[in-house]
Design a protein around this ligand. Structure first.
Ligand code: GLC
Length: 646
């Protein structure tokens, strides 16, 4: 290859393409967004439930099915690279992109993303795990500097990426717009060359986010392989001039070129051998999407129990801005245009044709129950901006009015994360989090409301009672600043500001467990129409770590899904460690009265912390606590195991 061909190859063209090397018949690769489905590819695509709804399933198999379906639609559209999964952790409820990520815990996010990536790539499409790293707010993201210590970075904000890179063989990594400890992510050599490429052994392509580059030599020297969407700092003129001055590391240039060529050939190889040449949107993918919504919708509260409603009920009031139309997604690069979006109202009418459904606020007291559908949409929760913790305009007043008029009030939340509930939830008997249900997930919400589907979703996030309880309270927006609505994609319209991750490793439930504050709803929480009992805990050493076994029984009257969660604690640690950290989980589907013994393998790493002095993961000697629970605050079994340390 000539040097012109080489420097051309390391930047994109036409926004979503690589250039290839025409003279050598190296073809261009086409990319598209994103994690939740095929965007802007000019063919009908399935609008899947939001990625955080997938996280709420806690179901590896569902993650694989979701990835297979999305990957198949990319393949059918002849798109080579999927710009997802996005796996940045949920640090603040406000982040405009929480809906397209997998929640607050790195193990849950990492495990599900591994399955998703394997599935997408089995379709002959390269996945691109993003946004590397610590892109946990979209508030002026191009001048936002995530400041944290090395242990927090390793144990929390890199852990899911490490899993995807080392266990799923992801083809590409996309850097974030943000800065990390004072350096732009795309320019951070310690992060890209040091950790990603040398320590984790990643040999794939490291691409920038679109326009997420600012300095040629810093981006070139960091290990970044490919500037996307078009050349801004890797222009031919600039790189050839540097080469002419002997200032361009030509070995590094070859390293980038080889990574892109290898990636291109690997994709071609996968496409030649992939069993399917893709599959377009159709009944199969809609079933997958519906299955995710059925398993990911979370029943947060159910006093009475008011739910499930009776299909023979006389009259139901259905109100709220999200009842019809029901927002299918948040806004930005993750949003897939829904071909045939269902709504909660429409799904209720279809499922309960004999129920008299009223939309009239003046007849609330006459109804057997009132359903209020509230939340956000693509204009109020989106990329390039963050959102308030509170519900949008006048929705609280509507909920209060309904609850005052009718004690049997149910609230369904549509959105990408936690919302303020403390000032309206007490008189409300039932609350359901439907996330963004995609084009068909509203059917699942209606099925759950009327008991056709037993809810089994578990929160992948903690939901604080008030914003002041949140782990990041006081360490998020710069003092005196406020949220904005018009998205700022990658401008540098204002001075840099630092976001200090003062909570360190104590993100989400780890924070609440340490400081004793009870969240309104705990990480891992989700109600069912049945009950489950746990017993028979055994903890034994295995070849690869520790095997935790227990027996779960469906002690109720209807079939249901349960997520068995395993948490590990090191009460004798010499460094501050969370009371408990999720280290394993599995989902079981049990008929009424059925029992199943589950075995959850914990690798050695599950007991380790990152020793910043020794620069390695280390297990300290002593006794570890192992807890098995139905949520991080509903611990059913507890055991202990001794470690001699290392
Ligand atoms: C956007 C997003 C990224 C997306 C890319 C291409 O700005 O940050 O997630 O994949 O640009 O649209």
């Amino acid at each position: 290859m000539t040097i012109e061909e080489k420097v051309d190859l390391i930047s994109g063209v036409d926004s979503f393409w690589t250039k290839g090397v025409p003279r050598l018949a190296v073809r261009r690769l086409r990319m598209a967004d994103a994690s939740m489905g095929l965007r802007n590819a000019f063919i009908p695509a399935t609008a899947f439930p939001a990625f955080i709804a997938l996280a709420a399933t806690w179901d590896r198999a569902a993650a694989y099915e979701y990835g297979s379906a999305v990957g198949a639609e990319f393949r059918a559209a002849e798109i080579d690279v999927l710009l997802g999964p996005g796996i940045n952790l949920y640090r603040v409820a406000n982040c405009g992109r929480n809906f397209e990520y997998l929640g607050e815990d790195p193990i849950l996010a990492g495990e599900l993303a591994v399955e998703y990536v394997k599935a997408v790539q089995a379709q002959g499409v390269s996945a691109t795990v993003k946004h590397f790293a610590a892109n946990n707010t979209d508030w002026h993201r191009s001048v936002s500097d995530s400041i944290m210590d090395e242990r927090t970075l390793r144990e929390v904000y890199l852990a899911a990426f490490e899993r995807v890179v080392t266990q799923a063989g992801v083809g590409a990594v996309m850097t974030g717009y943000n800065l990390l400890n004072g350096e732009y992510a795309a320019e951070c050599r310690a992060l890209i060359r040091g950790i990603l490429q040398e320590e984790w052994g990643f040999t794939g392509v490291v691409m920038s986010d679109w326009g997420g580059t600012w300095n040629t030599m810093a981006s070139f020297g960091s290990g970044l392989s490919l500037e996307m969407g078009v050349a801004k700092v890797f222009t031919r003129e600039r790189l050839l001039a540097l080469a002419g001055d002997g200032a361009l590391d030509l070995e590094e240039l070859d390293r980038k070129v080889l990574a892109i060529l290898a990636w291109t050939f690997a994709i071609e190889e996968a496409q030649s051998s992939a069993s399917a040449s893709g599959q377009r949107r159709g009944p199969g993918h809609l079933r997958t999407a519906l299955d995710v919504a059925r398993k990911g919708t979370v029943l947060l509260k159910n006093e009475g129990p008011l739910l499930p409603l009776d299909l023979g009920m006389r009259r139901l009031s259905v109100l709220g801005p999200c009842a019809f139309p029901t927002p299918t997604s948040g806004g930005g690069a993750a949003k897939v245009e829904a071909i045939d979006p269902r709504s909660i109202l429409g799904s209720v009418l279809e499922l309960a044709p004999n129920v008299n459904v009223s939309r009239d606020e003046d007849t609330l007291a006459q109804s057997d129950a009132v359903l209020v559908c509230v939340g956000f949409d693509a204009a109020t929760e989106q990329e390039g901006a963050d959102r308030p913790f509170g519900l949008p305009w006048k929705q609280v007043e509507l909920i209060r009015k309904c609850a005052a008029a009718n004690p049997n009030t149910i609230v369904v939340i549509v959105g990408g994360g936690g919302v303020a509930m403390a000032d309206w939830i007490d008189p409300v008997k039932a609350v359901v989090h439907g996330w963004y249900p995609g084009e068909i997930g509203s059917v699942a919400i209606a099925e759950i409301l009327f008991g056709r589907c037993n809810p089994s979703g578990k929160l992948p996030i903690s939901i604080e009672r008030t914003w002041r309880d949140a782990p990041a309270y006081g360490a998020y927006l710069p003092d005196g600043e406020s949220l904005y609505t018009d998205p700022d994609y990658c401008s540098q319209c204002r001075p840099f500001f630092q976001v200090h991750y003062k909570e360190c490793v104590f993100v989400g439930y780890r924070h609440y467990d340490r400081n004793g504050t009870a969240p309104l709803f705990a990480f891992g929480h989700g109600l069912s129409y049945t009950t489950f009992t746990y017993g028979g805990l055994t903890i034994e050493r295995s070849d690869t770590g520790v095997a935790v076994c227990c027996t779960v029984t469906n002690s109720g009257a209807v079939a249901g899904g349960e997520v068995v969660q395993v948490y590990v604690g090191d009460p004798q640690s010499t460094v501050p460690r969370p009371v408990r950290e999720l280290k394993g989980f599995t989902r079981v589907e049990l008929a009424a009265g059925e029992s199943q013994t589950v075995r959850i393998e914990l690798p050695e790493r599950a007991f380790a912390f990152y020793d910043v002095t020794a620069k390695r993961w280390r297990i300290e000697p002593g006794e570890f606590v192992i807890e098995v629970g139905a949520s991080s605050r509903d611990i059913r079994l507890t055991g202990r195991i001794q470690y001699a340390g290392e």
